[in-house]
Design a protein around this ligand. Structure first.
Ligand code: NAD
Length: 481
């Protein structure tokens, strides 16, 4: 059985206590590798290495850091198919999705921040006749990056690339549910010429090694993506230590379809936004509001198309949906299907676990599921399910849909469908979400601020926002006389 390793001080290494736990292939339900159960002893070694590496890495001219990170990006690209296969197996996602979204995006993340750092500048403020302020932005030191399982390498690289580009040493922890591709980065780091100690990859559970990273006094900033409850827990620990915190958390995103939309485009994209990656993307729309004039037509077409989706093992190129990431998550999603029924929801399609033939008979598969007739404020419509389960609801007016769309504790993303440009601006302006797509979904420009309002997070990632997060500004004033 393959044993994954940590990557500390430029070397792959076993956890000090030599303890491991199972890594399960969600497509078959069987154990296929072992994950290091690291703890604060492993972290102590990593922090010592990072302390030695920081003066070297932070003093390196950004052009040189940039070249190393470009090589990082190329290293992943060269092994594209290896990464694609590993990601799909570890997460259960269709291999086509890993090939077209996850791994190309990890390549772009490194490439983007490798070059963005060359354009990063700081401000100066001239005071007439008095003097000048100029602001320096220096790397923070050792930073912690903790990522979730849904887009494993995509979100891992989205954090570590800007942190490294800005000159920090990074202690990164991938999700214990999907650690495989992150551990493959050690080899790429060595090949790219990253000095030892600059990047550490530590495997293990959130409760043990994740918590140790958050608590470590020498780790000065935490960039976290994951569930809102975990984010709250992390904030409680990190805030009194005055650590810089970036929290990208859960969502309950609305899709709003007006009568005057491009019907076919809205339909096609809503299927994607509801069920891509088995609905396990923080940006997926899980509450679909459709204006009364086209409600029945849209609902019937949506249900008809979704009912023909292929749920299959990840390697099947025809699979629209692969496996749910874990058995416990599958149970959680099935629990929400029961809740929706108990709240009076009418099941339009799906709702059942799917059992594929051997060797996938113990895999974690679920039908794409649509409910209607649920009030906007019931639990099913308020809590994040994070699976292939959506609700569809009619609305009459702009005011009504805005009220319903905004009435959750979350505020991450939304997708609005209308051909009326004035309405598009009006509605977008009034949605309390960090991201609004009009006549689109998941179009990502890496320069734009990424993140949510309310319980969906604190701070933004992406472009200059990320580089600002991973640097400490200092303002210096020089008096003229
Ligand atoms: P999770 O919160 O369970 O875990 C995320 C990461 O945090 C994992 O690496 C985990 O090991 C670690 N962790 C858990 N407890 C910890 C602790 N006490 N201290 C430190 N680290 C700890 O989330 P998940 O189940 O892996 O991911 C699903 C969630 O992530 C969903 O809520 C989803 O909406 C959210 N998400 C948000 C975004 C975004 O950009 N806003 C993107 C993707 C996923």
């Amino acid at each position: 059985m393959e044993k994954l390793q940590n990557f500390i001080n430029g070397n792959y290494c076993v956890p000090i206590d030599n303890r491991y736990f199972d890594n399960i292939d969600p497509s078959t339900g069987s154990v296929y590798s072992l994950i290091p159960d690291s703890d604060e002893k492993d972290l102590a070694v990593a922090v010592s290495a990072a302390e030695l590496a920081f003066p070297i890495w932070s003093a390196m001219p950004s052009e040189q850091r940039s070249k190393i990170l470009v090589k990082f990006s190329e290293g992943i690209e060269k092994r594209m198919e290896q990464f694609v296969a590993a990601e799909s197996r570890d997460n259960g996602k269709p291999i086509t999705l890993a090939r077209h979204v996850d791994i190309p995006r990890a390549v772009s993340n490194f490439h983007f921040f490798a070059t963005a750092i060359l354009h990063f500048s700081s401000e100066s403020h001239y005071m007439e006749g008095v003097g000048i302020n100029y602001t320096t932005r220096k790397p923070i030191g050792i930073v912690g990056c903790i990522s979730p399982w849904n887009l494993p390498l995509y979100l891992f690289s989205w954090k570590i690339a800007p942190a490294l580009a800005a000159g920090n040493c990074v202690i990164a922890k991938p999700s214990e549910v999907t650690p495989y591709t992150a551990t493959m980065l050690g080899e790429i780091a060595v090949e790219a010429g990253l000095p030892p100690g600059v990047l550490t990859i530590l495997n293990g559970t959130g409760a043990k090694i994740g918590d140790a990273i958050v608590k470590h006094p020498k780790i000065k900033a935490i960039s976290f993506t994951g569930g809102t409850a975990t984010g709250e827990h992390i904030a409680r620990t990190a805030a009194p230590m005055f650590k810089k915190l970036s929290l990208e958390l859960g969502g309950k995103n609305p899709t709003i379809v007006f009568d005057d939309c491009d019907f076919e485009a809205a339909l096609k994209t809503t299927i994607m936004s509801s069920f891509s990656n088995q609905g396990q993307i923080c940006l997926c729309g899980s509450r679909i509001f459709v204006q009364r004039g086209i409600y029945s037509k849209f609902r019937d077409a949506f249900v008809a198309k979704v009912s023909t989706s292929v749920v299959s093992f990840p390697e099947n190129p025809r699979a629209n949906l692969g496996a749910i990431v874990s058995e416990s998550h599958l149970k959680k999603v099935l629990g929400y299907i029961d809740l929706a029924k108990s709240e009076g929801g009418k099941l339009l399609t799906g709702g059942n676990r799917v059992f594929l033939p051997s060797p996938h008979d113990k895999g974690f598969y679920l039908e794409p599921t649509i409910f209607e007739s649920l009030p906007y404020d019931c639990k099913t419509n308020q809590e994040e399910i994070f699976g292939p389960v959506v609700t569809i609801m009619p609305f009459d007016t702009e005011e009504e849909v805005l009220m319903m769309a905004n009435d959750t504790k979350y505020g991450l993303a939304s997708s609005v469908w209308t051909m009326d440009v004035k309405k598009a601006h009006r509605v977008a302006d009034q949605l309390n979400m960090g991201i609004v797509w009009v006549n689109a979904w998941l179009v990502r420009d890496l320069r734009t601020p990424f993140g949510g309002m309310k319980a969906s997070g604190v701070g933004r990632e992406g472009g200059l926002e990320a580089l600002r997060f991973f640097t400490e500004p200092k303002n210096i004033f020089i008096k003229y006389e």
